[in-house]
Design a protein around this ligand. Structure first.
Ligand code: SF4
Length: 323
């Protein structure tokens, strides 16, 4: 049987080697988030959380940034360093938080809030589109959200788009009046508080580390709540031999590299039969797609210049406030 479909060019047998060569030829740097597959983390030039990667992207002096993460992260790199070409392995790698806060609906929400609070400050999580960032006064990540909210102690604040992170920040910063957009992360919202309570009975000496995007019933049972990077650091320095972890399981790779003897247990999800603790968007990226995006320099992430300019200021403000 014959087919009219165009033949797919064969991929090189040694993808790691081919990617290393392409990086040289394209004058490219590979940035990877902690939630990427182990093999992508291992060959990246920089691995980090959203804040680290934004800082690194701003300073990149290579021609091309190959961003292995999700779309809003690549957009952030483009906003901060517009003369670089930003390519991604898979353009469909989005984010439920960013998708759950469309710019037009958010603009309408802010208009209503401003009628009641003319001196409103809009603090948006980095997990938002460039268009939502452009509507914001300052961006935050889970690493610096409490610090940034505290900075505006005397002003009414809208916090978007994660309801659980917002509730945690409100508590930590003692700002119960925070006006919170009701979004959530499909990975973190599914960690199961009841299953965690059972795990704590079975492992009484374990330390529980959770990301603030988890529901309050999970956070209340956690010994440590922090960003991805802070969870990794705490897991490494903790005296506990068993760690129960409530975040995407990509972090396990970095923890195991440093403390291979510790026992790592993931908090079970609501549906224990699925791998819901793996971000389906992050996991769209593969080594094969990274090779192809470096070879073809696409798909490319672009941001309209007027949006980029408006989104740049709140991002720069975040970097200033968290330096
Ligand atoms: S883990 Fe959640 S917040 Fe992070 S990219 Fe995936 S869907 Fe978005």
């Amino acid at each position: 049987m014959t087919s009219n479909a165009p033949a797919t060019p064969a991929l090189p047998a040694d993808l790691e080697d081919a990617i290393a060569r392409l990086k040289q030829e394209r004058d490219a740097v590979v940035l990877a988030h902690y939630y990427q597959e182990d093999e992508i983390q291992d060959l990246a030039d920089h691995v980090g959380d959203s804040l680290d990667l934004a800082r690194v992207a701003q300073r990149v002096d290579k021609a091309v940034i190959a961003f292995c993460g999700v779309h809003f992260m690549a957009e952030t790199a483009k906003i901060l360093n517009p003369s670089r070409r930003v390519v991604v392995p898979d353009l469909a790698a989005g984010c439920s938080l960013a998708d759950g806060c469309p710019a037009d609906a958010f603009a309408g929400f802010l208009e209503v809030q401003r009628k009641q609070h003319p001196d409103l400050v809009v603090v948006s999580y980095v997990n938002t589109s460039a268009a939502v960032k452009a509507l914001s006064d300052v961006i935050c990540t889970s690493s610096n959200a409490v610090q940034i909210v505290r900075h505006f102690a005397d002003r009414p604040i809208v916090f978007a788009p994660d309801r659980y992170l917002g509730a945690w920040v409100a508590k930590e910063a003692e700002r119960p009046d925070l006006i919170i957009w009701p979004g959530s992360c499909i990975v973190h919202e599914q960690f199961n508080a009841k299953a965690l309570a059972q795990l704590r009975v079975r492992h009484p000496d374990a330390e529980v580390l959770s990301h603030p995007e988890c529901p309050p019933a999970v956070l209340e049972q956690s010994h440590f709540v922090g960003s991805t990077k802070k969870i990794i650091a705490r897991a490494i320095e903790s005296p506990a031999k068993t760690l129960v972890i409530g975040t995407e399981d990509g972090v396990f790779h970095q923890i195991r590299r440093s403390v291979p003897d510790k026992t790592l247990i993931q908090i079970p999800g609501m549906d224990e039969s699925c791998a819901c603790n793996r971000c389906p968007y992050m996991r769209l990226n593969t080594l094969e797609k990274l090779y192809l995006c470096l070879r073809d320099l696409r798909p490319e992430v672009t941001v309209p210049e007027d949006v980029r300019v408006r989104a740049l200021r709140p991002l720069e403000r975040m970097l200033e406030l968290s330096s």
